[in-house]
Design a protein around this ligand. Structure first.
Ligand code: DGY
Length: 320
């Protein structure tokens, strides 16, 4: 019987189709990641892996997994997987695009709004009993409506964020590897060079995949070119940002605030200096985390695994 390894405890209904037809070995905690040693050991006999974005599926692991045919990653991003090594070994790598686009765009826009309007601080203020009176500039933030949004990475999620921005009458700028004519025609988005994106935007929203080209793109030089009233939002991957440079930019008032759903090291430690700043709204990488969407993502992973093991084409193959 073919063997599937799942690196996090998933709801029984999501993996029922696998359990009926294969031998399934599943890590037994929903919160805590499976230790790397467990994944490596289990992979040795596995035909398929259902992995999380926090699992490192590198050459070492793939080399020891001689029976492996497919890795289905529960995320649209796949920077945690050595694609070249997988491809050389004939291992199909699948992700979960499209099904999470709108949910992730919702969260990104919520993070943008929450950062500008100081929602985290304001909620804490009420819960801590600090609200003594109405006052004219109490927790006053920045406006969103009619401002300029600069989207770095105009993929499907970038376009979905642009649609939301259009509803807020925002001017939409974007920077991407290639021009997106449809977004330009339908949303009135304008392509600009990176420098212009930085200097002209009131909100910079990072939605690019993590690649050698994007790694560290938001460094000290980039933050120094942003408006001092601008907000930086990251719902993509932590390493696209130099966190020391971001910290300095926030401390020195080079930018007004940051909304971060992703970090270089996840989970970020509670004593990280970024978390001590009132103008940082930090979330625990929940971009696609609605119950409906996460269930749909799991179903897609299950379908991709079943397809590959049945000799059919997976729905969302990364290494074509
Ligand atoms: C992903 O799936 O890669 C994103 O980080 C959504 O949270």
């Amino acid at each position: 019987m073919k063997r599937i390894v799942i690196t996090r405890k998933l709801p029984a209904e999501a993996i029922a189709a696998l359990q009926d037809n294969y031998q399934v070995s599943m890590w037994d905690s929903e919160e805590a990641s499976a230790p790397r040693e467990w994944i490596i050991e289990q992979s040795k006999e596995a035909d398929a892996l259902l992995t999380m974005l926090s699992d490192k599926i590198d050459a070492e692991l793939l080399q020891g997994a001689s029976k492996l045919k497919v890795v289905a990653n529960l995320a649209v991003g796949f920077d945690n997987i050595d694609i070249q090594e997988a491809t050389e070994r004939g291992v199909a790598v699948c992700n979960t695009p499209d099904v999470l686009t709108e949910t992730t765009a919702d969260l990104t826009f919520a993070l943008l709004m929450g950062t500008a309007r100081r929602i985290g601080e304001a909620a804490q203020f009420v819960k801590e009993g600090k609200w003594k009176s109405w006052s004219p500039l109490l927790l006053a933030g920045g406006d969103i409506y009619g401002k300029t949004i600069g989207i770095y990475g105009m993929g499907s999620i970038g376009e979905a964020v642009a649609r939301r921005a259009k509803g807020f009458n925002m001017e939409i700028l974007y920077h991407n590897r290639s021009r997106k004519k449809e977004a330009e025609n339908q949303l009135g988005a304008s392509y600009v060079e990176f420098e212009e994106l930085l200097s002209s935007s009131d909100f910079i929203v990072c939605l690019a995949p993590l690649t050698p080209e994007t790694k560290g793109a938001f460094n000290a030089d980039a933050f120094s070119k942003m408006k001092s009233s601008a907000y930086f939002i990251n719902a993509a991957r932590g390493p696209i940002v130099d966190e020391d440079a971001l910290l300095k930019a926030l401390e020195e008032g080079e930018i007004a605030g940051a909304g971060l759903d992703v970090f270089t090291h996840e989970p970020i430690s509670q004593d990280h200096p970024l978390l001590s700043l009132p103008n940082v709204l930090a979330l625990p990488h929940i971009g696609s985390s609605s119950v409906e969407t996460r269930m749909t993502m799991m179903e897609l992973c299950v379908e991709n695994i079943a397809n590959v093991l049945d000799g059919k084409n997976p729905k969302t193959l990364v290494n074509k």
